[in-house]
Design a protein around this ligand. Structure first.
Ligand code: PHE
Length: 489
């Protein structure tokens, strides 16, 4: 094996004596990797006029994986012949060998062996493993007669491949002693005038840029910033969501969700053990919430049950960002009502059975609009605009139930890829039982909607399993390799 050190100089020296060479043949002659030789030729091409090249293609026979195996271990027919030895062997034992099936068929065809009452015996005392010899020869670039090649091809032990190489000859300014090429023009070269005698490397406009060593945004964070921009462009402002642990009071009670509602069950909600309870609440408001649940009021009959502070005190990991909206709406009523458009995007937690589309924590995108005399038609108008900005234009609405909204609508979009309608969000007009105890004026309506951040992200990035997107097991390469921006609009 020739040393590949300073290959470009070796090439120049060789060409100086021989005028022309074919890279495929030279690589074989020098016993070096063809790609290495091509790399060295390419590096010389940066020096204008030193080399002249032409593309050449050569057909070459290459061993298939099976061919390599036969060359290493012997052909199956030969292995059978060896296996049975001078005494013969039971056919069943041969069939159990990895080489048994093909080996028997070929050995029979070659009349090396014969079968008699389930025993296989040799028909000749000595055989030559020609198949193996041919493969070995081809592997090191040797030749084999046409019939042999045909047979090996038929057995899929070799295949023909095209190798692209270069026919290299001397260029107009060929030399065997190359001046060192400068990569940079320096201030010193200009000052001293030495640049006049230097040779400069040509720019390579085809080379790939250096990947900037920067941080990488997780796909969820990229889609989150898209959502934020949409909300901002529609005049929404962002709510503070820095409160994963929330009392049941704000997560459920304030939202007119009865204390025995199944969603409060430990199956759906994570309860916090330390600290297990919250103790500070706006007292007047808490009393009004208690009353509307247990006795009714504001034109409502309520739920008529024994509302307990102990249940409202229990701390939970918030199950939806509507807990944030409830706090914010209460705040709005205290400050004195003004028309408001608010949004939040953050984490929520549910005690779900984990599968390809569900995790125990995910992100919700939530919008809230508080305005006098707001109707369902306004809400549909907002959705249409909001989703249009995301590139989703085909919407349908289906009545649904939430304890805190009436009417409530599920939002469906037509998914081109799946060719069906998929649910993308939940929405509704908040109930007076929720808004009036907060102290909001009677003619104020509040509309809200929520969707997950994960689902649109998975659709946009073509991720099928949520566990490839989020959680402790995700591959960081996925984060590195997602494009900085998607040009899909
Ligand atoms: N909180 C609801 C959910 O988790 C979404 C929603 C928000 C519905 C606001 C109506 C109003 O699905």
């Amino acid at each position: 094996v020739r040393s590949t050190e300073n290959l470009p100089q070796q090439i120049l020296d060789f060409l100086g004596k021989s005028n022309e060479f074919n890279s495929i043949q030279l690589a074989q002659q020098w016993d070096i990797d063809h790609q290495k030789l091509i790399g060295a030729i390419k590096s010389l091409l940066a020096n204008e006029g030193v080399l002249a090249t032409k593309d050449v293609t050569e057909k070459r026979l290459e061993l298939t994986n099976e061919g390599v195996q036969f060359a290493n271990e012997g052909s199956p027919e030969f292995l059978v012949f060896e296996f049975i030895g001078a005494d013969g062997a039971a056919q069943a034992d041969i069939q159990k060998q990895p080489f048994g099936k093909i080996g028997m068929a070929k050995a029979m065809q070659f009349k090396w062996v014969s079968v008699d009452k389930g025993r296989v015996v040799r028909q000749t005392s000595d055989v030559a493993d020609t198949t193996r010899k041919q493969l070995e020869s081809l592997r090191i670039g040797g030749d084999v007669d046409e019939n042999g090649k045909k047979e090996l091809k038929k057995r899929k032990l070799i295949s023909e491949v095209n190798i692209k190489g270069l026919l290299v000859s001397k260029g107009d300014s060929f030399t065997t002693s190359l001046a060192k090429q400068e990569a940079d023009l320096t201030p010193e070269m200009i000052a001293s005038g030495s640049w006049k005698d230097k040779q400069f490397k040509k720019y390579n406009f085809e080379s790939l840029g250096v990947v900037p060593s920067s941080g990488h945004l997780h796909p969820l964070m990229k889609v989150r910033s898209e959502f934020r921009q949409i909300f901002f462009s529609m005049g929404f402002s962002e709510m503070a969501t820095n409160r994963y642990v929330e009392s049941s009071f704000w997560n459920f009670d304030a939202l007119f969700q009865p204390q025995q509602h199944p969603a409060r069950d430990a199956h759906d909600t994570f309860f916090v053990s330390d600290p297990a309870i919250s103790t500070t609440f706006p007292q007047d408001y808490l009393e009004r919430v208690k009353t509307v649940h247990s006795k009714g009021g504001y034109g409502s009959a309520g739920y008529n049950y024994d509302w307990k502070i102990e249940e409202a005190q229990k701390n939970v990991l918030r199950t939806h960002t509507t807990a944030v909206s409830a706090r914010q709406l209460y705040q709005l009523a205290q400050e004195g009502f003004r028309p408001s458009k608010l949004f939040s995007i953050d984490r929520v937690f549910r005690n779900e059975t984990l599968d390809a589309t569900h995790l125990a924590e995910f992100h919700q995108v939530e919008g809230v609009i508080a305005e006098k005399n707001l109707s369902l038609a306004h809400l549909i108008g907002v959705f249409t605009e909001f989703f249009k900005k995301l590139g989703i234009t085909n919407l349908r609405f289906k009545p649904t139930y939430n304890p805190y909204t009436e009417p409530s609508m599920e939002i469906f979009a037509y998914h081109q890829g799946l060719a069906k309608w998929v649910e993308i969000g939940n929405s509704g007009m908040f109930r007076p039982e929720m808004l009036l105890p907060m102290g909001l004026p009677a003619d104020v309506n509040v509309a809200g909607y929520g969707l997950s951040l994960e689902r649109p992200t998975m659709i946009k990035y073509g991720i099928n399993n949520i566990r490839d997107l989020f959680g402790s097991k995700i591959d960081l390469e996925v984060v590195y390799n997602t494009p900085i921006c998607r040009l899909d609009k």
